[in-house]
Design a protein around this ligand. Structure first.
Ligand SMILES: [Zn+2]
Length: 769
């Protein structure tokens, strides 16, 4: 399959055009000078505007400008609005001014970046997952600028941007030339974003093998090796770090014609989508991948799948689909797009970071001048991509892959095709030929897996000649075959094709197979709205933890329980309420007296708590199931109520959010459990805003060979953790009482090794009331 130029497709009125327009407004509301400010500071140029706050001035300075460049370049090609192009030009010029001022080819907003890269070049590479040379994920940050500049060239035609990204790559080529392979490989322990991908892209664009060689050094063998052997080692890993690497495997595999890399990428995609993906297309909890057989943390945590992960999974899915049409790949692409991505922009503007799976919880959205999270960055790009796979071609044949209202223009073929209606919001696909080629050609319309029965197609109101319309299959060598209705004829202007859609109602369990059920109508995941009370921080401010929905959790005990013996049995209990609206009653459910459950497309739920998954029970096991829910929830709710603040050790975002500092310290992963240890020390800054904390709970892994570990609070010794032997992976908990007269506010918690050996492996530290 061939992709079309992005400029060939325009969205037409519908939910996707609305989302694109909202995201464009959001993008244009950003101030170019403020985005450029960190780069000017690092280039030694006089300031013209203040840097933005939040993640733009706490270590990840300058990451947003790369996304803004990509987003504006994409928007310039998929809309007729001249403003995104002006934004591209303004940003590229600003970047180049900083690059010229530095004079080495390097440019970026990383604090003290010039000296940082000197340290890295000199081999100061520590073993940590998010800190390199003393900076927070500098490659992750710099990758955004590489990608933004390259996108400004690829999508907006900026030659200046191509020159700039080549100078940047050439700078790195020089630095890397003096770096031995061990040091380079060690550098990749720290999240490095899509560096492999962007360098492969640059090799593709310029035809220069030198960039492919640079990309190859970013492969990270520690993940590639098991993937080549088709081993799933992903339990507990930081999700987006791995997904971005694999997008690189696929891209370099294409550019360097390396089938082994592409095979590893496809295996990764399969393990992610078959075993680790929720019904709406997202994955992970608190940014990390669940153990394949235990998704219980998804039901507890207010931090569900991260939008960035789906952004990268869609990149991977798109390239896999173009390489080899496959129903499974297209189904995932559609599911993640129409549910997770479409739902991640608020109709009034605002982008989503976490989508909690916890029933009855809610999502917070960003505000444009305050929030500069990673998912705001990818959110600036996501909504400009809805048209990228709606149509593909093979020769003169056109394939309609997705049902999104849009217009395709192929001037070289004199073809204009308009698709009215969007599935499943409209019941019918209607294609109108607005411009017709001089010779016969075939239009292929996908028959999706969620379609029930034989598709009924009409051309200008009548069945096509040789009714029923012929079905063709594509792909399927070792994937799932993809079916299309093939309509070949001499098309005339005004010809109209209609295909009645019959979306199937389906149900599926949580990925670990536990009895929690989610419903879909065609491609759309259905959810029930919950209450709208206590939506603390719904529109986030610039605070460090603003991206987490910190309002109270609702108990699981009173959830409606779906009474069914299987998922197919459960799906039977979903009944459409009226033909003119997408609302469904959930029958066969045990709910509170007088409560009826209405399901609607999840993508349309905003400003509300929601239920994506419902507990499932066989009717005679209802009381048992309710007791299970109560028991499972008791600990979670008690802990949530008693928690003042907490840090999951060794997890990137929680640690960064709590001002992690340390020396001779590293994080690791044992049996899917993240931890941090040191031969030196490390510290976090927690917050006790009302001075209500009475104790500090410390959870660590058993480890007979560790050193005793001193715990200090605000510089004073609180106690010592004594290591003890036990089964590998056993968690031990200890609570230290805190001084009752402590003032409210920040609480500095520090861990240090007492002897020469390594400290205990810390899992979590928690201020308790
Ligand atoms: Zn993110």
């Amino acid at each position: 399959m061939q992709s079309l130029p992005r400029s060939a497709v325009r969205l037409l009125p519908g939910p996707f055009l609305d989302a694109q327009a909202t995201a464009l407004d959001y993008l244009l509301s950003l101030d170019a000078d403020r985005l450029l400010a960190p780069l000017r500071r690092e280039a030694g140029l006089p300031p013209v505007a203040e840097s933005y706050g939040n993640w733009e001035s706490s270590g990840l300075d300058g990451h947003t400008i790369g996304h803004a460049l990509s987003g504006a370049a994409l928007m310039s090609t998929v809309t007729d609005d001249p403003r995104p192009m002006a934004m591209v030009d303004r940003l590229v010029q600003g970047v180049v001014e900083c690059q010229d001022a530095l004079g080495t080819g390097y440019v970026g907003g990383i604090p003290d970046g010039v000296r940082l890269w000197q340290r890295v070049a000199a081999g100061q590479v520590k073993r940590d997952s998010f800190e390199l040379g003393g900076a927070w994920v500098p490659w992750y940050n710099l990758h955004k600028l590489f990608a933004g500049l390259l996108d400004a060239y690829r999508h907006a035609g900026s030659e200046l941007a191509l020159t700039a990204v080549r100078r940047l790559a050439d700078w790195w080529d020089q630095v890397a030339a003096g770096m031995d392979d061990d040091t380079h490989e060690a550098m990749l322990r720290t999240e490095f974003g899509g560096m492999c991908e962007v360098l492969a892209d640059l090799a593709d664009v310029t035809g220069m093998d030198r960039y492919a060689a640079l990309a190859r050094r970013f492969l990270d063998q520690s993940l590639l090796r098991p993937l080549r052997e088709h081993r799933d080692v992903l339990d507990g890993m930081h999700a987006n770090t791995q997904i971005a690497k694999v997008v690189g495997y696929q891209r370099l595999g294409e550019v360097a014609r390396d089938p082994g890399l592409r095979d590893a990428a496809r295996f990764f995609w399969q393990t992610m989508t078959r075993h680790r993906t929720f019904s709406f297309g997202g994955n992970s909890v608190r940014e990390h991948l669940h153990p394949r057989d235990d998704f219980s943390s998804a039901l507890e945590s207010p931090e569900g799948p991260e939008t960035c992960n789906t952004y990268n999974m869609l990149k991977l899915s798109r390239t896999l689909f173009l390489e080899r049409p496959d129903a499974e790949v297209l189904d995932h692409y559609e599911r993640a797009t129409v549910n997770h991505i479409l739902s991640s922009v608020h109709p009034k503007g605002g982008l989503v970071y976490f989508t909690p799976v916890r029933p009855g919880h809610y999502r917070v959205v960003s505000t444009p001048q305050n929030c500069f999270w990673c998912c705001v960055g990818t959110g600036l790009e996501n909504h400009a991509k809805y048209g990228e796979l709606v149509y593909t071609t093979e020769g003169d044949d056109v394939f309609v892959n997705l049902f999104i209202a849009s217009r395709l223009s192929r001037p070289e073929q004199n073809l204009v095709l308009e698709q009215a209606g969007t599935a499943p919001y409209d019941d019918e696909v209607r294609l109108v030929v607005r411009g017709a080629p001089a010779t016969p050609m075939a239009i292929h319309i996908r028959v999706p897996g969620w379609h029930e029965g034989t598709p009924h197609v009409h051309i200008n109101g009548a069945p096509p000649e040789g009714d029923p319309a012929p079905l063709t299959t594509h792909g399927g060598a070792d994937g799932q075959p993809l079916t299309y209705v093939r309509l070949e004829r001499q098309w005339r202007e005004g010809d109209t094709v209609t295909m009645r859609l019959r979306p199937r109602i389906s149900a599926e369990l949580l990925p670990d197979g536990s009895p929690w059920v989610s419903f879909r109508y065609g491609p759309s995941v259905l959810a029930a709205e919950g209450d709208r009370a206590d939506l603390v921080g719904l529109f986030a401010d610039d605070s460090r933890m603003g991206h987490v929905a910190s309002g109270p959790l609702r108990p699981l005990e009173h959830l409606p329980v779906v009474l069914a013996r299987s998922t197919s049995d459960a799906a039977v209990g979903v009944r459409r309420l009226a033909p003119d609206r997408l609302a469904f009653a959930l029958d066969h459910v045990d709910a509170q007296a007088g409560e009826s459950i209405t399901l609607v497309p999840f993508a349309g739920i905003h400003d509300s708590r929601y239920h994506l998954y419902f507990p499932l029970a066989e009717p005679e096991r209802l009381q048992e199931r309710r007791a299970e829910l109560r028991a499972a929830d008791e600990a979670t709710l008690t802990l949530h109520d008693r928690t003042v603040d907490a840090v999951a050790a060794g997890e990137q975002q929680p640690e960064t959010d709590h001002s992690f500092e340390g020396q001779d310290t590293w994080s690791g992963l044992t049996d899917g459990l993240r931890w941090r240890a040191a031969t030196g020390w490390w510290s976090y800054r927690l917050t006790d805003p009302d001075g209500t904390a009475t104790g500090l709970q410390v959870i660590h892994l058993s480890d007979g060979g560790a050193s005793p570990t001193r715990v200090l609070v605000d510089g004073h010794a609180l106690g010592t953790l004594t290591p003890s032997a036990g089964p590998e992976g056993q968690e031990l908990s200890q609570v230290f009482p805190l001084d009752a007269d402590r003032p409210a506010g920040p609480v500095e918690v520090r861990f240090e090794a007492v002897g020469p050996a390594t400290t205990i492996r810390l899992r979590e530290v928690r201020l308790m009331r």
